[in-house]
Design a binder for this molecule. Structure first.
Ligand SMILES: *Cc1c(COP(=O)(O)O)cnc(C)c1O
Length: 362
């Protein structure tokens, strides 16, 4: 009896990372490998490092601690703006953090000073995607105040696009970031070593040769894990999309009508699904549900299978043309969206298996 299991192919993740870091290096860009999609898995982090990322980034302190506890010694960047209540932990646990609030920076400054440290920070600017970041008009007064905080050192500017507002990186908005860097440098009389242009959605601009040359850093997660850019979710050249597979077991296999019988109200999640009568359906129930994963993000690997729906504990499949081959006890494999991967990694009901070469400790 086995739980559903998620297989991570470390060799494929390494190859994905190499494809991305090689392209970026050709354009003078260093890559931070983002591990938040895999809950800071040290195995996956090491595969990314073997593939050429020079540092790691995560949004959660718990994941940072997981990486450090496993002996991963590469530089670590905190991607989510630090909470004011955890500044002490931030300065002692990560090598750099992304920031957008002076109150937090003052907290980081104090915490760093008490330990005789200087904490490097990148300021995030909001280029219109409306997630985190300082509004461009407010940047110069902000950096003037930051310059008065001794325990933190400004080492660059960054921006994050696409995640919330769906804004696509363009020569225009990336050019804006570069001008903000130049304005900041002029006002402070120093040179900023890092210009962190974005995430997996920036890759098409890099490949097109249209990324401004001052952008020298990207923070990449999805392209390394799932082999896709994130503007149109197209497979990225040189990567594979099958580094992760989720396997579940068929626990019921029957033919049933497609339309429910009897008067109908809401389903278990307060919805009223449309289940039109399409005649009898060859179905399989597998031991995965909404409690285990983000079922909307599961794609059966066998193209003959189709997800009909899910409840907390069951995923219901139309097995169609594969009806003669699929029996109770068989395994069914699924590809995953970023959200489904995250949920599966996070679920105690899903076993994690790592295959491919285990790398040397780093
Ligand atoms: C999650 C995150 C990334 C990585 O995004 P991908 O689309 O997975 O490449 C980069 N930067 C920040 C600030 C993030 O929160």
């Amino acid at each position: 009896m086995s739980r559903p299991f998620l297989v991570a192919d470390l060799g494929r993740i390494e190859r994905n990372a190499r494809a991305v870091t090689t392209l970026c290096a050709e354009h003078g860009i260093e890559v931070t490998g983002v591990t938040k999609g895999v809950c800071g898995s040290p195995e996956v982090a090491r595969a990314m490092l073997r593939g050429g990322v020079t540092s790691l980034g995560d949004s959660r302190m718990e994941n940072v601690h997981r990486l450090r506890a496993a002996g991963v010694s590469a530089p670590l960047m905190l991607l989510r703006i630090p909470p004011l209540s955890r500044v002490e932990e931030v300065v002692t646990s990560v090598d750099l953090s992304l920031n957008s609030e002076l109150a937090v920076l003052a907290g980081l400054s104090g915490a760093a000073q008490r330990r005789g440290r200087v904490h490097p920070v990148i300021l995030m600017v909001d280029l219109g995607d409306l997630r985190e970041g300082i509004w461009p008009d407010d940047l110069l007064p902000f950096v003037a105040e930051l310059a008065g905080l001794p325990g933190v050192r400004l080492v660059g500017l960054g921006a994050n696009l696409t995640c919330y507002g769906g804004v696509i990186p363009t020569p225009r908005n990336m050019g804006r970031l570069v001008r903000l860097v130049e304005d900041t440098e002029k006002s402070l009389g120093l040179r900023l070593p890092w210009v962190s242009g974005g995430n997996s959605s920036a890759l098409p601009l890099v490949a097109a040769g249209e990324m401004p040359s001052r952008i020298n850093h990207l923070r990449i997660g999805e392209a390394l894990l799932l082999g896709r850019e994130t503007v149109a979710r197209r497979p990225w050249p040189g990567t594979t999309q099958d580094a992760f597979r989720l396997h579940a077991e068929v626990i019921e296999r029957k033919e049933k009508p497609s339309a429910p019988t009897g008067p109908r109200g809401e389903d278990a999640f307060g919805r009223r699904p449309e289940l039109p009568d399409r005649g009898p359906v060859e179905r399989a129930l597998v031991n995965l549900g909404r409690e285990d994963v983000d079922v909307e993000g599961l794609m059966p690997v066998d193209p003959r299978l189709r997800v009909l729906g899910a409840t907390s504990d069951y995923l219901i499949l139309d097995v169609g043309e594969a009806a003669d081959e699929i029996r109770v006890g068989d395994r069914v494999a699924f590809g995953l969206s970023y959200g489904a991967l995250l949920a599966a990694m996070d679920s105690e009901y899903v076993e994690k298996r790592f295959v491919g070469t285990p790398g040397p400790a780093r």
